[in-house]
Design a protein around this ligand. Sequence first.
Ligand SMILES: [Zn+2]
Ligand SMILES: [Zn+2]
Length: 144
Amino acid sequence: MVIQVKAVVYEKPCSVAVRDVDDPRIEHPGDVIVRLTSGAICGSDLHLYEGRTAAEPGIVFGHENLGVVEETGSGVVSLSKGDRVVMPFNVACGFCKNCLAGDTGFCLTVNPGFAGGAYGYVAMGPYKGGQADRLRCPSPTSTA
Ligand SMILES: [Zn+2]
Ligand SMILES: [Zn+2]
């Protein structure tokens, strides 16, 4: 059985809605699942919302997210259930060449074929947005 959670999804230009989406789960030992408590709406969301991108219906919005860790993958060493976390919009693995050099905005692993990724943004990798009940995130300090 697939569990569903609520999320803000893009439908068409100037139309979003709260819909049921699949509950995120640990997919990699370095993943954590965060229960979102807040998520900003920013100018980047407006590019999607107003139809200026190639966003397809169903993309979950939200790339500036705050919440509480609910689950951790087996390789996560620096976060525990119950920790409060603030996530930057750009997703970073923490272990690639660019991340180790401090250039986490140009992570080489979260969005294959492109340097850099973001939560909830068209063409910025597989991570859904945080205007949702729960979010899957890589843990930048995992050993996985
Ligand atoms: Zn933003
Ligand atoms: Zn990286």
